[in-house]
Design a protein around this ligand. Structure first.
Ligand code: PRX
Length: 650
């Protein structure tokens, strides 16, 4: 990594930006540092409040923070109603393009009508503030409408990525004790129908809390409707009123629970609330994306991930922006689909993942070069470390060496962007997320919790921030244990980072058993648990190994039961098994059959050693806690053999 290379913000951008100089930026940082509560109170005034808060922050019972205590607001009101009294009412709120080139444009006025109608439909079913729903939808406007309707009524939603299996969906419904599931008959991916309702039907027999399932007809696929439980969206909304008042909700009302992978097999239900969350999400829309009324803003994330929540739906709509949603795959029907969309809708802000960028590089420059990308003014990256080569390609080929790039670091737990350049002010260094935004107080610590001013260590956040997660659903102990016990009083991110002499932060990846495949977060244990549910598998250990496009790929070390026989066919079967159990994003890249797994004396699998086997093909470091060093020796040999088996097969 060349830490010397610096790209100053382009002059033409700075001149028109909300924050156009380092002085302005410093003033913002200073105001926040001097009096964070005053600073955030000013930011919160950018929202509409039905009644004002009495206290900005309560941090008397850490790590359980409360923000804008006593204030009443509503996120859907802030995302829609607020814009109806100005010319924005006729502005596009959502531009949607289906993978099959269908197109829908919803103005703010139309979005209001659709959300209000859906709210009234939910009310007809008896749903009310305090209930909990699961949203399992493709990338269509109704996913956003469902989220906004729940937010409007105070129904806490949990969006489950449409690529997750029935099994993964079931676990989330059960953990949330949801009474409602909102879904579609199917989604569309690379021209293929991806069943959704059938997966819900498979999950529901073991989910007794669910009373209703609402189904949007996306493709007209044949599905079975169970009388009394299942309702068609179009029938339920037919003839209902187009008016529905937003519920004034407490600032700490839980807006959503989003399940994400941690170090154990059970996904964590990250809880985000209302007033603080939207305040900081909206502020970052302005600081990081410099959002303006004229922008056509496109974040390519799926609504199933936190980026889809904060920067496809809630952030852009709260800012009164036009947000673009695309339903399908980036290479459908050809690898130029994203560039066609940018050209067609004159997209000005484009926010995507390093995995997408790396796959564009592989497809070649001819695809973007064949399109007019001159509408673009800002590029963004999120979800995983971006390598300098990918950053420079993005800058050169998409940005024509004229556009700033915001490399934004954050997490499901942080709720919004925490470390990022401010594009009109911060000089960029390729592959560094640069500096913390106001409200983010990061530090880099050594093993013993001492701050490392310059150098590499564990990334922590030292102060509460408005959009922070409040707890883990139903498990406050795990919340404390997971995030606040490694370095007492500090939020432990699970990331390793370096800070350079200029105070710039470089994210280096995870230091726990979380794997990032194409930016999607998976846990080793989740994949291992899926593997050992297969009849032939005795034990499994799963690690992330470097992958040229995806950042990391899953390598699974498997020991078989005595009766089973290893073969390339069984390796393929196990890959499919994991894809079926969790979802295709977790399909292992490689299955390695081994005689034994390296364990500590207490029986814990030493994944660190496996990572070394894969990356260096030899074991280095401390092995004194190993139960049997020979296992490693066998492993290194057998790993090679498996490679050979696969090579032969090809
Ligand atoms: O490891 C970091 C990586 O993604 C993790 C958070 O994943 P998730 O909760 O799924 O949220 C992804 C979207 C915000 C982090 O702990 N990560 C995220 N952004 C970056 C990143 N790593 C390096 N650079 C980034 N810009």
């Amino acid at each position: 990594m060349d830490q010397q290379e610096i790209f100053p913000p382009p002059k033409h951008f700075s001149e028109k930006a909300h924050i156009g100089s380092m002085e302005q930026c410093e003033a913002l940082y200073k105001a926040c540092a001097a009096d964070p509560e005053k600073f955030w109170a000013e930011q919160a005034r950018n929202l509409h409040w039905f009644s004002p808060w009495k206290q900005v922050l309560d941090w008397s019972n850490p790590p359980f923070a409360r923000w804008f205590i006593g204030g009443k607001t509503n996120i859907a009101y802030n995302c829609i109603d607020r814009h109806l009294s100005s010319a924005r009412r006729n502005k596009a709120a959502i531009i949607w393009e289906g993978e099959n080139f269908e197109q829908r444009i919803l103005t703010y006025q139309e979005l209001y009508r659709r959300v209000a109608k859906f709210c009234n439909a939910l009310k007809k079913l008896g749903l009310k503030t305090g209930d909990r729903s699961i949203i399992y939808m493709p990338m269509i406007p109704e996913a956003a409408i469902a989220m906004l309707a729940c937010a409007r009524l105070g129904i806490t939603h949990s969006v489950v990525f449409g690529g997750f299996s029935a099994e993964a969906l079931k676990a989330r419904i059960q953990d949330l004790s949801a009474s409602l599931v909102i879904t579609a008959d199917a989604g569309l991916r690379r021209g293929k129908e991806i069943p959704l309702k059938p997966n819900v039907d498979e999950a529901l027999p073991e989910c007794p809390t669910v009373k209703h399932q609402v189904v949007f007809r996306r493709l007209g696929s044949k599905v079975e409707m169970k009388a009394g439980r299942d309702h068609w969206w179009h029938e339920l909304t037919d003839g209902v009123s187009e008016q529905c008042a937003a519920e004034p909700l407490d600032s700490e009302h839980p807006l959503y629970v989003l399940y994400t992978s941690g170090t154990t097999g059970k996904p964590k239900g990250v809880v985000h609330t209302t007033g603080g969350y939207l305040t900081q999400v909206l502020s970052t829309m302005k600081w990081v994306f410099d959002i303006k009324d004229e922008d056509i803003y496109w974040c390519t994330a799926d609504v199933g991930w936190v980026t889809g929540h904060s920067y496809v739906v809630y952030g852009p709509l709260a800012a009164g922006a036009t947000t673009l949603m695309y339903e399908g795959a980036p290479d459908c029907p050809k690898p130029d689909r994203f560039w066609r969309i940018i050209e067609k809708y004159r997209v000005s802000i484009f926010y995507t993942s390093p995995t997408a960028i790396r796959s564009f590089i592989r497809q070649g420059d001819d695809f973007p070069n064949a399109h007019d990308l001159s509408s673009l003014r800002l590029l963004g990256s999120v979800g995983e470390p971006i390598n300098p080569a990918a950053w420079k390609w993005y800058h050169r080929v998409i940005g024509k060496e004229k556009l700033p790039i915001v490399d934004t670091w954050w997490q499901t737990e942080t709720g919004c962007i925490m470390i990022s350049p401010v594009p009109g002010a911060t000089p960029a260094k390729p592959a560094s997320a640069t500096r913390p935004l106001p409200g983010a107080a990061p530090d880099i610590l050594d093993e013993n919790g001492n701050s490392i001013p310059v150098g590499k260590g564990y990334l922590v956040l030292t102060r509460p921030w408005p959009a922070m997660l409040r707890t883990l659903h139903g498990d406050p102990e795990r919340f404390k244990q997971n995030y606040w016990s490694r370095f007492p009083g500090k939020y432990f991110t699970g990331d390793t980072a370096t800070r350079d002499e200029d105070g710039y932060i470089w994210l280096l990846g995870r230091n726990d058993d979380v794997i990032k495949v194409s930016g999607h977060r998976l846990s080793s244990m989740e994949v291992e648990s899926a593997l050992v549910r297969h009849k032939d598998v005795a034990e499994a250990a799963v690690i992330g190994a470097p992958h040229e496009i995806k950042g990391e790929g899953i390598h699974a070390f498997v020991t078989l039961k005595a009766a089973a026989k290893e073969s390339p066919a069984l390796a393929d079967e196990l890959k499919e098994w994991v894809a079926k159990e969790i979802g295709s994003i977790s399909r292992p890249e490689k299955i390695l059959f081994v005689a034994g797994l390296p364990k500590t004396r207490s029986g814990k699998i030493m994944r660190r050693l496996l990572r070394e086997v894969v990356s260096a093909d030899k074991v280095v470091g401390d092995t004194s806690t190993l139960e049997d060093y020979n296992v490693i020796l066998k492993l290194t040999q057998q790993g090679k053999e498996e490679d050979e088996i696969l090579a032969e097969k090809k």
